[in-house]
Ligand binder design. Structure first.
Ligand SMILES: *[C@@H]1O[C@H](CO)[C@@H](O)[C@H](O)[C@H]1NC(C)=O
Length: 399
């Protein structure tokens, strides 16, 4: 494909990040350290309690506690034959992208998974939309078959946001319909703020809006989010994740307050894939580094993306693209209050809460999720009114 020099220049101009690093005064810095210290102090008793529990479990049966299957990612059958697996070099790392339905002129639908998952969380949506869209689901950095660079600075929000921008460009697009869930949803919000012209439409599922999360962090939500404090401590969270060969993954999807409501919606085979990703070197630390870098960026080391969680200026940055937000009424991780005030930040938003649905919304209720996505995409075929470019202009004239 021939691309003119001016087109490339236009692309780079339109995709310059609009996030500016915050101006940090000495007082801001002191406040940040105070908040970080408070989080560490509050989570210290949890850390000690969990360390004690882990010790008891280890003593009861060291072999079971430390046992682990081999970490061969090719040992499992591909859960979705027909998917093209790309390994692309971007932003200094290698990202694995599962791609379907690529054809000239088709819009890109890019999907970002959550913790502790992988691209296969999107299998139902890939199947449903690959006849009309180029659907691409990534393994986020640190997950599945993507690189897992060491050091939490490699998982800072800005770095994650730029991964998404680079993937869109590497796939030959300058815009996408961005779809995110859980951490991938939180990231999708950040990408929309950083590169608004790159996101024609935004679909967010059980992924907290940064400012709405901060606004609505009440006791109820705090009780659901306490583990973020524990994750700030070294080695113990890693040990908890890997104990009994990553049994926490089974627990997260099939038992307790997080359990999927539809029996078998997340099968043993899918869970085996999630675990296989986590068995790779540094994979657990990488998943935890998302939470560590995120807390750092909003406390001790304020960053541009982190500023979106705490600063008033997010109010002045209204997202203009049509946005669909899907929520689950029985989500153990995110309360309904996190939707309060959302239209104030995102004027063009459709919000739907699915009944009797767990946090794993796109796997628990694939038909409902796909139908809501489809009707949103059909109604909002024009994309954002502020978006220029062929795709937006064509769709707008067709609407
Ligand atoms: C929720 O959905 C599950 C699975 O479809 C079903 O077995 C259960 O009875 C439902 N519960 C309620 C309260 O509707």
């Amino acid at each position: 494909m021939l691309v003119s020099r001016s087109a490339i220049r236009a692309l780079h101009t339109s995709q310059r990040s609009e996030l500016q690093p915050p101006e940090v005064t000495l007082i801001d810095k002191a406040k940040g350290w105070a908040l970080w210290s408070a989080i560490m102090a509050a989570s210290f008793p949890i850390f000690m309690g969990q360390a004690f529990v882990m010790l008891l479990m280890f003593l009861r049966s060291p072999r079971k506690f430390l046992g682990k299957e081999a970490a061969d990612p090719t040992a499992l059958p591909d859960p979705m034959p027909g998917v093209k697996h790309l390994h692309i070099e971007i932003n200094g790392i290698r990202i694995h992208v599962a791609s379907m339905g690529q054809a000239a002129g088709r819009p890109l639908m890019l999907m970002l998974h959550g913790f502790p998952e992988s691209w296969i969380s999107w299998r139902h949506q890939m199947e449903a939309f690959s006849s009309e869209y180029h659907v691409a689901a990534v393994d986020l950095r640190g997950y599945g078959q993507s690189s897992k660079p060491k050091g939490r600075e490699n998982y800072a929000l800005e770095v994650l946001v730029d991964d998404v921008k680079d993937v869109v460009q590497a796939l030959g697009h300058d815009q996408c319909i961005l779809v995110g869930h859980d951490w991938g949803g939180a990231l999708a919000w950040m990408v929309a703020y950083a590169y608004p012209s790159m996101v024609s439409r935004l679909i967010n599922m059980c992924g907290p809006h940064p400012a709405a999360f901060a606004d609505n962090l009440d006791w109820n939500q705090f009780k659901r989010s306490w583990y973020i404090g524990l994750f700030q401590w070294p080695w113990l969270p890693e040990l908890m994740m890997r104990s009994y060969d990553y049994a926490f993954v089974d627990a997260a999807f099939t038992s307790g307050p997080m359990a999927c409501k539809t029996p078998g919606a997340i099968s043993a085979q899918h869970i085996a894939h999630f675990k296989q990703g986590l068995r790779q070197p540094y994979a657990c630390s990488a998943a935890l580094d998302y939470y560590r870098a995120f807390v750092d960026s909003t406390t001790r080391f304020p960053s541009a993306a982190g500023a979106l969680l705490t600063r008033d200026d997010v109010k002045s940055r209204q997202l203009e693209m049509p946005t669909l937000v899907l929520w689950a009424d029985s989500d153990g991780a995110l309360g309904p209050q996190l939707l309060n005030g959302l239209p104030g930040y995102v004027p063009d938003v459709d919000i739907h809460t699915l009944k009797n649905c767990s946090h794993w919304i796109q796997q628990d209720r694939p038909e409902e999720v796909n139908a809501l996505m489809r009707s949103f995409l059909e109604q909002r075929a024009g994309g954002s009114s502020s978006v220029s470019g062929q795709q937006g202009a064509f769709a707008a004239s067709a609407a």
